[in-house]
Design a protein around this ligand. Sequence first.
Ligand code: SF4
Length: 356
Amino acid sequence: MKAKTDLRDLTYSRLSEYMEGLGLPSSRARFVFAWLQRPGTRDFSQMVDVKREILAALAEHAVISSLVPAAVEKSRDGTVKFAFALEDGAVVESVLIPEKGRHTLCVSSQAGCAMGCRFCLTGGMGFSRNLRPAEIVGQVLAVMEYMIDVGVVRTTPRELINNLVFMGMGEPLANYDNLIAALRILMDERGLEFTERRITVSTCGIVPRIRDLGNDIRVNLAVSLHAADDETRSRIMPVNKTYGLDDLLAACRSFPLPGKKVILFEYILIKGINDAGDDARRLAEKLQGIPCRINLLPYNATKSLDYQCPEEEHILQFQKILRDAGYRTFIRSSRGADISAACGQLASTGAKDEQT
Ligand code: SF4
């Protein structure tokens, strides 16, 4: 028997085509789509403004999937980590970060990750599989449901979450087609209507896909740089052996940045690896001419990886060199470290770690 179609996998245009293919009026697709993008929609019977015959036909051929958290952990700093068990047993995590009445959701794009960055627990898990669009969008909807349940009140569901960052488990650009479909669904004005300035896609540097992203959709780009020379970068980020630093920065230079948009460069500071003054000076030189902001992330030490965080003095000195060179540079302390929700700590199986 043919598997039923998960309607939450479909962009608006694909849903219209799908309904047309079933002999249903595509003019009703906008109502169905709006229901699908509403937190709490589980069943066709909830779509009260869609004719019963249409719903019966959809129910015969299609399903509406939804994610339900298998575990929710709350950090001392208010960060909340959600673990979602998917149909096939894969587990992915999302992290909700509250800050001054605003909420940022860090979303996963893959179960595990094949990129193998040496400092990252997700990388240590290996790769299980790509997430479908419904599983990416489903994280957003499930977290919105949680927020409503715990009493967060906003006029529309979209306003519950101010920013979406694709910085959770996995390399988003390695799951390109599903990522683009999920972004189109999340940004659709007939649904949740996230605008381009509210979405950031982070990559470790898959150069051809950075170019594709710039052509296909308007979102903010974040690049995990973590080193300013090829030798160091290749040592901690194997992707650099395929796409070297100069190629990566050339792709950043040609990434469309309308208005005052900038690229966010993320740089995890690891003691003795990439935190020297010369590293900062090299970084300043390499980024010349790219409209950007730099986030310095002091490394979150874990028991299972042999890396350490530099001393504070060292971190401030690194920042000063970049600031003196004219770069907007911020030190970002990771949130949720006590529940393994901080940068590089998401790992759903086996590799769970304790903060040292
Ligand atoms: S840092 Fe990102 S790209 Fe690198 S292994 Fe971890 S999840 Fe994958």
